[in-house]
Design a protein around this ligand. Sequence first.
Ligand code: GDP
Ligand code: MN
Length: 390
Amino acid sequence: MDIHEYQTKELFRSYDIPVPDGRVAHSGKQALAVAEELNGERWVVKAQIHAGGRGKAGGVLMADNLEAVEQHADKMIGMTLVTKQTGEAGRLVQRVLVEQAHAIAQEFYLGLVIDRATQRITLIASASGGMNIEEVAATNPQKVIREAVDPAVGLQDFQSRKIAAGIGLTGKQIGQVAKMLKKLYRCFRDKDALMAEINPLVLTKDGQFLALDAKMSFDGNALYRQPEITDLRDFDEEDPKEVEASGHDLNYIALDGNVGCIVNGAGLAMATMDAISHYGGRPANFLDVGGGASPEKIANAFRIVLEDPNVMAVLINIYAGINRCDWIANGIVQAIRDLAIEVPVVVRLAGTNLEQGLQILQGSGLEYIQADHLSDAAEKAVNAVKGAES
Ligand code: GDP
Ligand code: MN
């Protein structure tokens, strides 16, 4: 789960990680009031969306006077910001962060991620921070340094100092940044984060280190024990279908193809998506209905999949172990009746109570395409889409 920059900075403040003074605003007038309360003569107005690349897209603007703060905020709020990370559709800006501006001497990159290969929290740093870090990582990977943390002992002082020295710092600057890393690591661990990024970490012209930009994301599976993080969730930044699905205890991820998928088990869902690709089709989504799928759950799954206007066929692939084919079949029949589904539906059932399940489907008089196994189902679904297209 991602949160906004202003929320990450609030969290940083509570861990004593230095950030610029600033506050969120929902209108130009409010932005003006925030700027008036902040000390200084220059301000930064920053669009708050769950995506980076704002600087290059007009989502981070400097203001030399109070009128400019209000104007920038008015311009940003309500606009759809398209950055390298948002995709073509962009994101609606609903609020801005107004901060005191700082004169920058140097920009660095600091990140904490969970490295899946080593299964360790890993520090990443570079002296070439700022808006071009992706390019630096691609063209000059040696400029990005890493340090993996042993979970048994946690982040050691020598490691933070090594990172600080590795990005070219000397003298007491090393201690300053090492301290900051220690706090960042603590915050990361305490809050079950998956990623924390400070880009840029800046050294200001008056010699302080500040997290000028801040981004964190958290493990969705740990939210049950992180109520104060859960409160920061912004549903407007998420796909409404995914939000609805999680409310029904369905695991749904929207994709950009046209074959809707309803499958039980994440592994089978992946295999189904692969099979669709193999036959030249593209899945419209990943959807795992989980074990014990009631007829209601299947009906909800259909509804969510069909809310995607790109879906031209639905493939339902259930391997019933804990599930029962007759429950699933009842769900399918109910859904096809209630939702007046207009696209072809391919059904492949296997496992517990298969006979009863097939009887229910066949006895329903509803139209559907029956498939006997995974690749048969994928091929039939892809052909159904081709048939609908031609
Ligand atoms: P991103 O492009 O979405 O990652 O947004 P950032 O928060 O990283 O801002 C983009 C760039 O704006 C930064 O890399 C800085 O160069 C610049 N910027 C942001 N705040 C300030 C500031 O207070 N002073 C100056 N001089 N530049 C700033
Ligand atoms: Mn940034």
